[in-house]
Design a protein around this ligand. Sequence first.
Ligand code: RIB
Ligand code: CA
Length: 342
Amino acid sequence: MQICRHFVSQLIRSVALLAIFSTVAVQAAEKRDLIIDTDPGADDVVALLLALASPQELNVMAITTVAGNVRIDKTSRNARLAREWAGREEVPVYAGAGKPLVRTPIYAENIHGKEGLPGVQVHEPKNPLAKGNAVQYLIDTLGRAAPHSITIAMLGPQTNLALALIQAPEITQGIKEVVVMGGAHFNGGNITPVAEFNLYADPDAAKVVLASGVKLTYVPLDVTHKILTSDQRIKQIEGLNNEAGKLVSSILNEYVKADMVHYGLPGGPVHDASVIAWLLKPELFSGKLINVVVDNREGPGFGQTIADWYDTMSQPKNVFWVENGDAQGFFNLLTERLARLK
Ligand code: RIB
Ligand code: CA
């Protein structure tokens, strides 16, 4: 009887060990090579901190910057600030396009402030930009990458990737998937009644990326406007009592004011960080594969994403459209990862 009990307890132990190792193996297997293309920007900085605080799942190879919320010199400075605040100064920052492909440039200083970072003091980070332009970095890196190995998170206008695809269309070989913060359908727009800012700022670039045939996921206003701050959610971040918690709560408190007034909402969205949360915990979100086209014609529909949610036109399904998300799950993830930073 004694031998039998020992055997059973050994069996339970080995099954438990197997379960632990297989979980670790699954986690390790899911690690992504990631390039973040961004126009920091308040919510971009929160997204960068979330990504840089998650090295087990995300190998952030580089940050590439683009003009958008503010001009390229400030988006590039703010990207360097975010990596400094995250203690990840080994990650190179490459500056990219200073203006859209075709349209006249627009900015969002009314939302993100003159420095592109509301609620906090900015300074000149000690570590400089990497040498070379972001577009060339994308061409070189994606061109020589293992097949379909690199994920690109697009948190601003898609100008850099569009320029790279125009110059070297073969770079799609290195792209695993592109996850875009952008677009709007059920929610309506935030820069016009129908257009979301990133698409409106460079719809021609978005059309180039759509036409490239890469695996595309959009994280539009339809979902980001369901993942809103609240006093309690900002307090849980502030309550971390570390530098990162102070920075993010100060940034968000300032950043969300405009949206709360404009939409009459009890809180504001953290658009770009929702893309990183999707990469880290896709189970927090839901959506479906649909057909999406972008309107780049001058007029009231300029920059609109026409999202065929009900498949009315029976066109090829070219985008996974994220339409819903678990707001508290998002803020718990954000808080847990910011706790890892200084
Ligand atoms: O519409 C929201 C998007 O536009 C976000 O990426 C924000 O940073 C701005 O770039
Ligand atoms: Ca952005």
